[in-house]
Design a protein around this ligand. Structure first.
Ligand code: HEC
Length: 217
């Protein structure tokens, strides 16, 4: 009997092989495809290309490992004024410069949401208002200690390039003021398009932006 599983080598190989492929498709490939489709539906990219690039870099560099984007409210002090329930910002979070706690609508189009769970560094949900200068962020990303002496934040030097003053640089690089704390005497420092995009995204994080967008981010 050619097709007896006990004697046919072909069947003995084919049945486990096909079962394996079917299981891989059902348990891994199809769910992953469905998940990707769902992400694409939920995610609403920024229209501004530079801002969108910055948002993706923030996600890809996992800044969320050390920074939250969520301001907690103090439920115990909630009050109802003219029919609206107002929750003041938790005292520990007041230093981050927002007068209202984060609301779920702010995360509606974030995929994944950048809420974060741990604050090794400060909350960044309104960093664009607290620190509105791009140059500050360039210095900080290149050498965090140049502007924040005890900083534990890792430097992100790969987002920059240094040149001799006479060298040519591509037009989409932005010049960074070479302050002493960077330790680059006689050199020029340039922010690459990735650095520009990331900083553009950081500067966009502020209350006004959230309000203008109807709390959509
Ligand atoms: C290992 C933890 C860690 C990671 C990862 C990290 N940071 Fe930080 N960050 C910190 C710490 C600690 C501070 C506070 C000290 C300082 O200002 O440098 C900080 C401060 C900052 C500040 C200044 C905020 C303020 O209010 O003073 C910005 C902006 C910032 N980080 C952006 C980023 C971005 C963007 C990324 C991802 C590319 C990132 N951080 C990744 C730890 C981290």
């Amino acid at each position: 009997m050619a097709f007896n599983i006990h004697t046919s080598h072909r069947l003995l190989f084919l049945i486990p092989a096909v079962s394996y492929l079917v299981l891989v498709a059902v348990c891994a490939v199809i769910p992953a495809m469905l998940e990707q489709q769902r992400e694409a539906e939920v995610e609403a990219p920024f229209e501004d290309a530079l801002l969108e690039r910055g948002r993706r870099l923030y996600r890809d560099f996992n800044c969320v490992a050390c920074h939250t984007q969520q301001i907690r409210g103090d439920e115990a002090l909630a009050s109802v004024i003219e029919g609206e329930r107002l929750i003041p910002v938790l005292k520990a979070d007041a230093r981050f410069g927002r007068e209202v706690a984060s609301r779920r609508e702010e995360y509606a189009h974030q995929q994944p949401p950048f809420m974060g769970t741990q604050r090794t560094g400060p909350d960044l949900s309104s960093v664009g208002r607290r620190l509105p200068e791009a140059q500050w962020h360039y210095w900080h990303l290149y050498t965090p200690q140049s502007v924040s002496p005890d900083s534990l934040m890792p430097p992100h030097r790969f987002l920059f390039t240094t040149t001799q003053p006479s060298d040519d640089v591509a037009a989409d690089y932005e010049k960074v003021l070479n302050i002493e704390g960077l330790g680059l005497p006689g050199k020029e420092l340039w922010a690459t398009p990735d650095a520009r995009a990331l900083v553009e995204y950081l500067l966009s994080l502020n209350r006004e932006f959230i309000e203008a967008e109807g709390l959509s981010r």
